[in-house]
Design a protein around this ligand. Sequence first.
Ligand code: 5GP
Length: 199
Amino acid sequence: MMKKTAKLFIISGPSGVGKSTVIHRALQNFTDFYFSVSATTRCARPGEKEGIDYFFIGKEEFEKGIQNQQFLEYTCYCENYYGTPRKAVEEHLNLGYNVLLDIEIEGASQVKQHMPDSVTVFIVPPDLQELERRLRSRGTDSEDKIAGRLARAKKEFEKAPDYDYLIINDNVENASQELTAIIQAEQFRYDCRKAVLEV
Ligand code: 5GP
């Protein structure tokens, strides 16, 4: 097999933009990817599964994890902690797997500082009205929570220019094809393939 360097992809975008669907459709096109499952203190939504969507843990356990440096990055988002378990990410990168993180802007900026070669992608909805409609149609959040997530979305949009790529999710199929194209192109970069020339 051709030797190549594993890459870290960071995907951000406001809650409700449809990131999970876009990411999971795109990743079906690849066999060498590890999707990082985050830990969170928020409650599971109907249909979400432990260890697949998130590791749902308590505040105390999360704070112990922070102290023990178990997170590659973490943040407090709409009153809950979210963090990327460090060990799984590092192990998969060392094994040569590409790794994908679905994290918000503050965590993304922490990771980019430590790992400047990571590739960052920002996903936006066609407009804020559409985002509000999608958040409501989920039917899982109170009015207060929806308002909090919309306010946070406005703050997140300001960080979009810091990202390498922008995807507008007005159609899930197109958006996942765009993410697939980004991932493929990144793997053709010289840096990613140069190991093949090293003897
Ligand atoms: P949700 O509650 O809608 O699943 O996620 C809220 C936000 O937290 C999303 O923007 C999601 O990308 C982000 N998020 C999920 N896991 C992590 C994580 O491990 N770290 C950070 N910084 N953000 C995360």
